[in-house]
Design a protein around this ligand. Structure first.
Ligand SMILES: Cc1cc2nc3c(=O)[nH]c(=O)nc-3n(C[C@H](O)[C@H](O)[C@H](O)COP(=O)(O)O)c2cc1C
Length: 392
């Protein structure tokens, strides 16, 4: 009797001492849509099974469970009160999708061309710095997952891996573009552009929305303690933009366009494409969402959509979000945070993410009566609410 009692006490003490090591995950889900994700079987700090992951928001919660808080904060953070970050996520609920019946939707085509290159999906992996915080394979798993799925990947110039390492991780026939910043150090710019060209990247996304400074990102500042020096050129103006084009033969796409006026300027300067983005809410807080900017361009400079390609991003988490940006005139749509979060599982996680979003996109197209992405236009959406509130 005594022996059994002391065995029970021993087991109780063992369970109590292990409890902090393997506690069920109790995760603040940050007001993301409640689709019934149950994390009670997850262990804090451990990678959950991909079988538990049914949508892109689940991926974010899984990353929050696994990443060190400072790294989760560095990916998740946005500027000031994160009003634009939240607006990016919430704008979708203010647009209605029109679904048409009596159409043959037995064969759904999501293939599209971006700058003349073929891709299986109209969404791509946007540039995001430091993939190495989520996985040791860093950008290499993003490149190979994108290549195998046939989607575009655009690595950041602030990547963990080098330009050449990322290029080598792609498939032999894979098309990738590369992002560049406007460094004050001009020889660095020329050198990097040359390396990108030599490594086989086919176009440059030139980020123009944080010249000189980054947004003040309080959530990550709490860990880093100081605002990083960007090394970006604060004097970069229209003349510099025009001059930049002499540094490479690759097509250049200005990224971070937030007004119809800048979109028009890029058209007048003869750029082949623009990238409408508020940098995931990480630069100018209270800047408009891509939805609002695309509506403004449609109203004030509609020729932009006829004469150049337009890409857009910010808060895209669902196939229906992709469709709404396409319907507003975007040719392709970027994802920033989610692929970084999905990389906690490495390539397998990124592939899972691409599959989830592809399935949502195809399913929603079928339900809308649209069998080809090229057919998705403004007849599929009702944007009256957004227009009444925000149109310039
Ligand atoms: C962790 C992180 C790092 C980023 N780094 C870059 C970068 O180096 N260059 C750049 O042009 N944009 C960068 N972005 C912005 C993304 O390209 C993209 O515009 C934005 O994340 C899209 O919003 P989403 O995260 O809601 O999908 C970064 C975004 C995140 C979240």
């Amino acid at each position: 009797m005594l022996a059994r009692c002391s065995l029970s006490l021993f087991l109780l003490a063992l369970v109590t001492s292990l409890a902090p090591l393997c506690s069920a995950a109790d995760i603040d889900q940050e007001g993301l849509p409640d689709t019934g994700l149950n994390t009670s079987t997850w262990i804090t700090g451990q990678l959950p099974s991909l079988d538990d992951i049914w949508d892109l928001n689940d991926i974010q919660i899984a990353a929050k469970n696994v990443l060190r808080p400072r790294y989760y904060a560095s990916y998740r953070t946005a500027a000031l009160d994160e009003i634009t970050y939240q607006a990016n996520l919430n704008i979708w609920s203010q647009i209605r999708l029109n679904g048409y019946s009596f159409r043959n939707v037995s064969d759904i085509n999501t293939r599209t061309e971006i700058l003349g290159y073929n891709f299986t999906m109209p969404f791509f992996i946007a540039p995001a710095a430091q993939a190495g915080h989520a996985n040791r394979s860093a950008e290499l798993s993003l490149a190979s997952a994108a290549g195998k799925a046939g989607i575009l990947y655009v690595p950041s110039i602030s990547s963990t891996k080098s330009i050449e390492e990322i290029a080598a991780a792609g498939l032999s026939n894979q098309t990738m573009f590369h992002q560049e910043y406007i460094w004050s150090n001009q020889s660095r710019v020329s050198d990097e552009l040359q390396r990108m060209e030599q490594a086989g990247f086919k176009a440059i996304f030139l980020t123009v929305d944080n010249t000189g400074v980054n947004g003040i990102r309080t959530r990550s500042l709490r860990y880093t303690g100081a605002q990083d020096e960007t090394g970006h050129d604060a004097s970069f103006d229209l003349n510099s933009l025009a001059g930049f084009r002499n540094l490479t033969t690759l097509p250049i796409v200005p990224k971070g366009i937030k007004t119809w006026q800048d979109a028009k300027t890029c058209l007048d300067l003869g750029f082949p494409a623009i990238y409408v983005s508020n940098h995931g809410g990480r630069v100018l807080d209270t800047a408009p969402t891509a939805v609002e900017v695309l509506l403004d361009i449609r109203k004030n400079a509609p020729e932009v959509f006829d004469k150049m390609e337009v890409y857009a991003d910010g808060g895209v988490r669902r196939g229906t979000d992709v469709i709404k940006l396409l319907a507003l005139g975007a040719r392709a749509v970027g994802l920033g945070r989610t692929p970084m979060f999905a990389n906690i599982w490495g390539e397998e996680g990124v592939t899972h993410m691409i599959q989830l979003l592809s399935t949502e996109l195809q399913t929603s197209m079928q339900l809308m009566g649209a069998n080809d992405v090229s057919q998705i236009n403004s007849t599929y959406i009702n944007t009256k609410l957004v227009e009444s509130m925000w149109l310039q």
